[in-house]
Design a protein. Structure first.
Lengths: 111, 116
């Protein structure tokens, strides 16, 4: 099946700093989503971005499907941005429409 | 906007007991998915249904079964519960079409299952 690798695994920032999270995937994708899992366990949809660039407030994402990677940018980070960020993809063919998740990036934003 | 509804939010069971988790997808979404997230792990796909028919199956134990009903809600039934079944169980839905996979999946808040 498709492989998803996220980096870095852990990231510690001071409030106000910017960061870039990366997601590499091993095959073409029909779907790519970024999620934020908050301390209560909720998976919050950030972006649906199988290709191209999107922005939502302080967050933006870019997927270069031909090179098989996606980037999530967080600007002016806040303590409420803390949590785990997951990239998840739907691979081609026999994998159907199941999402395969990366192992996540644990982000801690300190005041 | 309506979201995916899961119940219960928390469930505590003992070993060898049974549990039933429920999921109500977003209206007019035709595909329902179940995922399991163990402590410190990423979510793992269990099973999915398109228009009430099983459409894909992942690493779901034989002790687990699931179905989607005529009103599109889905239930995950778990029997002979083991300590290792303690996890966060997510349901998601999408407006995909069979095997499409190109529409976003929307997740519920999850059911936290604890086995004592």
């Amino acid at each position: 099946g498709i492989q998803v690798e996220q980096s870095p695994p852990d990231l510690i920032l001071q409030e106000g700093a910017n960061s870039t999270l990366r997601c590499n995937f091993s095959d073409s994708v029909n779907n790519l989503q970024w999620f934020h899992q908050n301390p209560w366990g909720q998976l919050i949809n950030l972006f649906y971005i199988p290709s191209g660039t999107k922005q939502n407030g302080r967050l933006s994402a870019t997927t270069v499907a031909t090179e098989r990677y996606s980037l999530l940018y967080i600007s002016s980070s806040q303590t409420t941005d803390s949590g785990v960020y997951f990239c998840a993809v739907v691979g081609p063919g026999a994998s159907g429409s199941r999402l395969t998740f990366g192992e996540g990036t644990q982000l801690t934003v300190n005041p | 906007a309506a979201g995916v509804i899961q119940s219960p939010r928390h469930l505590i069971k003992e070993k060898r007991e049974t549990a039933t988790l429920k999921c109500y997808p977003i209206p007019r979404h035709d595909t329902v998915y179940w995922y399991q997230q163990g402590p410190g792990q990423d979510p793992q796909f269990l099973i999915s249904f398109y228009e009430k028919m099983q459409s894909d199956k992942g690493s779901i134990p034989d002790r687990f079964s699931a179905q989607q009903f005529s009103d599109y809600h889905s239930e995950l039934n778990m029997s002979s519960l083991e300590l290792g079944d303690s996890a966060l169980y997510f349901c998601a839905s999408s407006a995909n079409g069979f095997g499409g996979g190109d529409q976003p999946q929307h997740f519920g808040d999850g059911t936290r299952l604890s086995i004592l």
